[in-house]
Design a protein. Sequence first.
Length: 68
Amino acid sequence: MDWGAKGARDARIFRKAGAYLAKGNLTRVREVLKEGRDLAEREEPSKMARRFSAEMERAKAPADPAQE
């Protein structure tokens, strides 16, 4: 898989997670990000796997009402 295809795949995964986040479905957000992380870890020892993991941690954190 070339870099362009990997980038497009990662972007689709992040958009999918964003759609679930907009609906308030945090469980599904974490599932989608975990799938993305697993794909990234299999395909490349990459910063993308770390980005997926970081976003999973952010999805676990309770929302800060001061930021809303």
